[in-house]
Write a protein that binds this ligand. Sequence first.
Ligand code: SF4
Ligand code: MG
Length: 336
Amino acid sequence: TGKLLEVKDLHVSFFTPAGEVKAVGGISYDLNYDEVMGIVGESGSGKSVEAYSIIGLLQSPGKVIGGSITLEGEDVLAKSKEEMIALRGSKVAMIFQNPMTCLNPVYTIGNQLIEALKAHDKKVSKEEAAKRAMEMLEMVGINNVQKRMKQYPHELSGGMRQRVMIAMGLICHPQLLIADEPTTALDVTIQAQILELMKDLQKKTHMGIIFITHNLGVVAEICDKVSVMYAGKMVEQGPVDDIFYKPGHPYTMGLLRSMPRVDAESYERLIPIEGTPVDMLNPPEGCPFAPRCEYAMKICLQKMPPYIELGENHRAACWLRVQDQLQGKKQDAAEQ
Ligand code: SF4
Ligand code: MG
């Protein structure tokens, strides 16, 4: 344990011809070694943008305009492009929904793993690198590794490619793994296997993982804590049990209602959250969720709610919770 990553009041904007899009509007969290944090939200909520900022993969016209990112005590935002590349080859790895964003179709699996390792560790011999590549493939549950080393990505199944990508990510032993919807494209059984695998690897390596997903089922499966994002804001944050059993924000409650149940039958009967996501070019004043919130009050349209502590490491930004707190205080006063 111990602190691995600290993100403080991070702001990221995209400067588009149509105007500034505040994709991430001031989010903060800590991640320890050995910890898995889920970042949950709809597409466009800023969850990927936030994670890409950590590893310097933010694409133009995106720009970090405020806040700080500290990884193992080092200021990430002060690093040069070259230093960021080195960081991604060593301390931080990322895996994506589409393995082909990481795998090169014209090189064999073995070749790519060996190159990834050699880029990180210039002194390693080819034989040693091949040996470690095969060990890594075995570790991610691939059989017949001798044969797999000589194959090209297109010769593997989707689930197998995903495993290879994970092997690529982990071969340099990162302290931090960022996983952006890595199982979304897979069928349910393979998805479960990959999650199981990631949990296992996490226990063995003690790395911290940021798991980006829109699927709360995945969160329940693998995460210790959760940050819920809406329209670039962190609307709720807490230990996974608190998020599931004591959600404090109406958006989190909506996500929970729309979560596919474990029994396969109910898959079609999701209750979607009504209304459309925020127009990020013209976000509403006040609480960004107000246009879709069944509890919205007048103040919600006027002012962004502050964070209210709901429990240990559990907080939400919602005026309802502010009211609860005020009422609690009144009651305390009355009882005294
Ligand atoms: Fe709904 Fe108001 Fe809470 Fe926003 S602050 S989630 S609009 S009740
Ligand atoms: Mg995304």
